[in-house]
Design a protein around this ligand. Structure first.
Ligand SMILES: NC(=O)c1ccc[n+]([C@@H]2O[C@H](COP(=O)([O-])OP(=O)(O)OC[C@H]3O[C@@H](n4cnc5c(N)ncnc54)[C@H](OP(=O)(O)O)[C@@H]3O)[C@@H](O)[C@H]2O)c1
Length: 277
């Protein structure tokens, strides 16, 4: 890994500037669900000279506890929300421009990019009913291509520098590994993303790359899963998970990711599941 300021777990929370001073932190899909919970937990961890850039279509990506929309989490943190539809060319241009502008500041000692934004796509149809090329391309453009382009843009803008560290997180899923009936688009996108980030990890051994599967979360996405999944068996499985209280609170899973990042001992490119930890 690239040894950065405070890298490793030696500097605990609440000890002076904390482990993540001078960090440029970017979270996509931070307006709701897991991304929002993660941004709320990250904000107090980002020390002086840090910026938290939040990307989603809606602007209400505040980080909670009065830390949203530019008022900062820890002292000296600036929070910036940029509305951008990562499924559109215009949105990607806006997001990429915001990234480049942020990362041109060479005073940052650390880059932390969390590729979290995602969607289920049309889960009502079986494989054989997926024949609309434009719909399929639009889905993959948001769920695969945007993460690739944002990550490459960020890495070019924040190149390897002595004493700096760069970490890229891909929010993955069990679906990267297991086929779910009716979920061809989602499973394919999650599998592709995992492999894409594994390639990045082997190309750039100085980078820290993690695919984190957050477990079944109690979010809007799960509501869609249990109401819209075409396959009856899967839909009932999702309904049972909710009825039996098996869904995970986003903050609990986000806290595990934070712990993984703070310990910083995962093999680069690894897929780590909530239930592995
Ligand atoms: N929920 C689960 O059980 C579960 C399980 C495993 C993995 N995951 C993964 O965890 C991540 C977060 O899931 P979640 O459950 O928190 O989902 P969610 O509640 O549906 O939230 C999705 C986030 O992505 C943003 N987003 C959606 N479309 C966008 C677009 N076109 N451009 C920019 N941002 C967009 C949304 O913000 P706007 O609507 O404001 O744009 C929102 O902030 C996803 O990658 C998901 O695949 C979820």
């Amino acid at each position: 890994m690239e040894p950065g300021p405070g890298s490793g777990s030696g500097q605990g929370q609440g000890q002076g500037p904390g482990p993540w001073a001078g960090t440029a932190c970017v979270v996509t899909g931070a307006s709701r669900g897991f991304g929002r919970s993660l941004a709320r937990l990250l904000a107090p961890q980002l020390g002086p000279g840090s910026v938290l850039l939040l990307l989603a279509r809606s602007e209400d990506a505040d980080t909670g506890n009065g830390t949203g929309n530019g008022t900062g989490g820890g002292p000296g943190l600036r929070v910036q929300c940029v509305p951008a539809d990562l499924g559109s060319e215009e949105g990607m241009r806006r997001a990429s421009a915001a990234l480049r502008e942020l990362l041109q500041d060479s005073s940052f000692g650390r880059l932390l990019l969390i590729n979290n934004a995602g969607s289920l796509g049309d889960i009502s149809k079986s494989f054989q009913d997926l024949s609309d090329l434009q719909e399929i391309n639009t889905y993959f453009s948001f769920n695969i291509s945007s993460a690739l382009c944002l990550t490459s843009t960020a890495l070019r803008a924040f190149g390897a520098r002595p004493g700096c560290s760069r970490t890229v997180v891909n929010i993955s899923s069990l679906c990267a590994r297991e086929p779910f009936p009716s979920w061809a688009l989602y499973c394919a996108a999650k599998a592709a993303r995992d492999m894409m980030f594994r390639v990045l990890a082997v190309e750039e051994p100085g980078l820290r790359v993690l695919s984190y599967a957050p477990g079944p979360l109690d979010t809007d996405m799960q509501l869609l899963a249990r109401t819209r999944t075409g396959d009856l068996g899967m839909r009932q499985k999702f309904q049972r998970m909710q009825e039996q209280g098996q869904l995970i609170n986003s903050s609990v899973s986000a806290q595990k990711l934070l712990q993984l990042l703070q310990e910083d001992s995962f093999p680069s490119g690894a897929h780590v599941d909530f239930y592995d930890i």
